[in-house]
Ligand binder design. Structure first.
Ligand SMILES: O=C(O)CCC(=O)C(=O)O
Length: 324
């Protein structure tokens, strides 16, 4: 099929072009290198790509020592979440973690894939395998327009069968973005307490599907970029003494609304908006809009919002409502 000019420009669909059903036409119109075309095609097909040899050993080793000296050192005070497995947002205390999250090669690749400015907004540093069950990041991090989110997972040491490799199901990103409303039969609000039901649902779904589970047996420094909806998790740790130093950074893209389906009411479409999302690059709260156009958020309860451009509140009332 050819893109017919003067009709709808398919590249303007409310999806990243690498997730578009018109991908095979759109790619013919792109003025990008053959290497980028290959990456975009793989990403479209499989929902992930791997980049190797882009970080220096010094940077990786610095991150590991800052994880030990700061993140996993209980005498080093940090305000963000940490336990024996992971530290969230160590970038706030470690320039090296921040440097990896904002690495120019990663940013350029994401710009090519999404054609929007990436907004790195969360880092997680793992010392050991997470053994996390299969899930899609869209339950935690969704966007309007959809799919403007991805994760970049970097091995900070060699990964083996024994230290709990990341696993993923190539192609599973094409599934719908499942959430609690797909299997709960009430309109009640849901929360993290419902997460085990989601995990069971995902496990059953993958068992029934024809997707093939793959493990990422990465070499130190390898980076895997995954699209928001690919199903992934952490394999069992076979060697309990093993470490599995790794860092994942989560990215949104500019000109979107950012929300968390897990804490939203997905039946009534009241969204838990991530209002205070900080762009790691700038340290500033990221602006939210719909493709650059204003979208009025009307608070319905707690942190839940409806998007409604019909209710015309005076500016002062909107300002006061946003402070409630
Ligand atoms: O590193 C892992 O084992 C899994 C990480 C993961 O699933 C995530 O960050 O969403």
């Amino acid at each position: 099929m050819e893109i017919i000019q003067n009709e709808i420009d398919m590249s303007q669909m409310n999806l990243p072009w690498v997730e578009s059903p018109f991908f095979s036409d759109i790619i013919k119109t792109k003025n990008i290198s053959e290497e980028d075309k290959k990456m975009a095609s793989d990403y479209y097909e499989n929902g992930f790509i791997v980049l190797s040899n882009i970080f220096s050993n010094e940077l990786i080793d610095k991150i590991k020592s800052e994880m030990n000296d700061k993140g996993f050192n209980e005498n080093f005070p940090i305000q963000t979440f940490r336990n024996n497995i992971r530290i969230q947002d160590l970038w706030q205390y470690s320039d090296s973690v921040k440097e990896l999250a904002c690495h120019p090669k990663i940013m350029d690749t994401l710009k090519m894939l999404y054609e929007r400015e990436p907004v790195p907004f969360q880092t997680l540093n793992f010392k050991v395998g997470t053994q996390q069950k299969a899930h899609s990041d869209t339950l935690h991090f969704s966007s309007l327009p959809a799919r403007y989110m991805c994760g970049v997972w970097v091995a900070l040491e060699d990964i083996t069968e024994n230290n709990g490799p990341l696993f993923y199901y190539p192609g599973s990103h094409r599934n719908p973005e499942y959430n609690f409303s797909d299997f709960k039969n009430t309109t009640e609000d849901t929360s993290y307490e419902n997460y085990p039901e989601y995990e069971t649902f995902m496990e059953d779904l993958m068992e029934k599907s024809s997707y093939k589970k793959k493990k990422f047996l990465a070499k130190k420094g390898d980076a895997l970029i995954w699209s928001s909806n690919i199903i992934h998790g952490g394999s069992p740790v076979e060697d309990p003494q093993s470490t599995r130093y790794s860092q994942v950074t989560h990215y949104y893209f500019e000109n979107c609304i950012y929300y968390t389906p897990m804490l939203s009411n997905m039946v009534t479409k009241e969204l838990f908006i991530r209002r205070n999302l900080v762009d790691i690059k700038t340290g500033q709260i990221a602006e939210q809009n719909f493709n650059g156009n204003n979208a009025q958020l009307v608070r319905t309860r707690g942190s839940l919002y409806a998007i409604n451009n019909h209710i015309k509140l005076p500016k002062i009332l909107r300002f006061l409502a946003s402070k409630l």
